[in-house]
Write a protein of this length. Structure first.
Length: 269
């Protein structure tokens, strides 16, 4: 009987992925989120058979500033905080953006980019993204940025990429400490991309607090500017290991996550 129940569950999951977009009333089950009901209705742009979701390695490359390139086992190329300056060659299939500064978005993304996900809603209110592209589920958690009301409210999104069993989060141009509701909507993050400039986004104390609470297996600093990387590393103490890499890229899977939370500083950060 347990085997039959497992088979039925797997079949139901596959059929949910295979169903057309208009037939979806609920988002796919999230492996990362703590409050599944907080996710809006999902759009199925495409799907890959279920085995691809839990197998293979994810490649992550630091392109520059706050742009990381994520490449999934199915070959989906994603660029975070895309302004067109970094990560455009080869052209990504999906880009995410935030609007705090021009270095985090572009009004004129290349027509060849299939999915442009803005971290703000041009029509007002929070941006709510829930999109499946082949083997990756992309969703957003809205936050605010500093500035006038029409600019700052809901002007940033934390983007979360669920792929190959991993939960990967990009904090964007985050300007405030996170509340319990944010942490609940984010859920588990195995990998977090965190801005460590110490002022243009958050203070290093505030970013340290967020990093400690998320307690991700891998922390990838970004958006550093002139702040010595040691100022961020020194605040996290012995609970986090530190690795400096002489490459801009790394590959990760559920099997290769470090046993101890590790800050990995890629070349160029």
């Amino acid at each position: 009987m347990p085997a039959l129940r497992l088979l039925a569950a797997c079949l139901a999951a596959f059929l949910a992925l295979a169903a057309p977009a208009h037939a979806q009333d609920d988002p796919p089950p999230s492996r990362c989120v703590a409050i599944a009901q907080a996710i809006p209705n999902v759009t199925y742009a495409n799907f890959t058979p279920a085995q691809a979701v839990s197998e293979g390695e994810v490649s992550i490359t630091y392109a520059g500033h706050s742009t990381y390139i994520i490449e999934t086992p199915a070959g989906v190329r994603i660029a975070t905080d895309f302004s067109g300056v970094y990560g455009s060659d080869p052209l990504p299939r999906v880009v995410t953006m935030n609007k705090a500064h021009r270095t985090h978005f572009t009004d004129f993304p290349d027509d060849g980019i299939e999915y442009v996900l803005r971290g703000w809603n041009p029509d007002g209110g929070p941006a709510r993204h829930a999109l499946v592209v082949d083997d990756v589920y992309i969703r957003s958690v809205p936050t605010d940025i500093r500035g006038p009301a029409d600019l700052g409210k809901d002007g940033n999104s934390i983007f979360i990429f669920e792929v190959a069993g991993l939960c990967i989060g990009h904090l964007g141009h985050l300007h405030h400490r996170l509340e319990d509701a944010h942490y609940g909507a984010i859920g588990r993050l195995d990998v977090v991309m965190a801005p460590v400039d110490g002022g243009m986004t958050l203070s290093l104390d505030a970013m340290t607090e967020i990093t400690e609470r998320l307690y991700s297996s891998v922390v990838l600093p970004m958006h550093r500017h002139s702040t010595p990387i040691g100022e961020f590393l020194g605040r996290l103490g012995e609970g986090f290991a530190v690795e400096f890499r002489d490459s801009r890229s790394l590959t990760l899977s559920l099997r290769t996550l470090p046993d101890r939370p590790t800050i990995i500083v890629l070349e160029g950060v």
